[in-house]
Design a protein around this ligand. Structure first.
Ligand code: NI
Ligand code: MN
Length: 233
């Protein structure tokens, strides 16, 4: 397996590139003020799958629009979100329960616990939100979704060798920096990328403080990415 590129597109939107094939995670573009790509640009890529952690609009993002343009691309997500997408007329939406794994030809995706709100877009529907463990060859990427701090991270740290951890630090909605540091201690990843936060204003979160503490506590190599930047694992 050659190296894997992981491109950050702002908020919780990541693109994993394996030999010119792209996997999108939480493709939030239209209302994502920090996003560096347009839907047209993304749809020109060879997208092989879309993964969605939970039903909030900043995570379902532009999945419906992308799928309208590229109906054959499979979506992998948790039960309620898949049913919601199907109700919107989308095909090829696959779901697993929390703890479940689905296999694609070149990767697998396992949905793990995220402690968060489970509402779906503007509806009264509700489902279990998730974090996603993606395995590609011998590499593991753990996208935490919007989780709060939980001891479940300790369990994952015990059995999983995480190469890249994408972790939220937006204190009003998810873990704050203190909790994210506690999570990093449990997960023990090789590279750590903060996500899902504001860089300015009242809801500002301090990514540099987070990175400094990851480094000082020896919790992996911190990478603060701007939208459009990537990490190779
Ligand atoms: Ni959320
Ligand atoms: Mn969110």
């Amino acid at each position: 397996m050659s190296s894997i590129e992981v491109i950050f597109h702002g908020h919780s939107f990541f693109e994993i590139v394996i030999e010119q094939r792209s996997i999108l995670i939480d493709p939030f573009i239209t209302w994502n003020t920090s996003c560096d790509v347009r839907i047209e640009d993304i749809c020109k890529k060879n997208i092989i799958a879309i993964l969605v952690t939970h039903g909030h609009k900043d995570h379902t993002g532009d999945t419906v629009t992308i799928k309208t343009l590229l109906p054959d691309v499979p979506v992998y997500t948790v039960t309620g979100v898949a049913h919601y997408f199907s109700s919107q007329g989308l095909t090829n939406c696959f779901w697993a329960s929390i703890g479940g794994t689905m296999h694609h030809d070149c990767f697998s995706v396992k949905f793990v616990i995220a402690h968060h709100d489970g509402s779906i877009e503007d509806s009264w529907l509700y489902t279990q939100p998730s974090g996603i463990l993606i395995k590609i060859g011998n590499k593991t990427i753990y996208h935490v979704g919007d989780s709060a701090l939980t001891k479940d991270f300790e369990l994952i740290g015990e059995y999983e060798k995480t190469d890249l951890l994408c972790i939220p630090i937006w204190w009003h909605y998810t873990m704050d920096v203190d909790d994210a540091i506690r999570a990093c201690k449990m997960i023990k990843a090789r590279f750590v990328v903060p996500m899902h936060y504001s860089h300015s204003g009242k809801l500002f979160a301090d990514d540099q403080d987070f990175a400094r503490r990851v480094m000082l506590d020896n919790l992996g190599v911190p990478k603060v990415l701007k939208a459009g930047q990537m990490i190779v694992i």
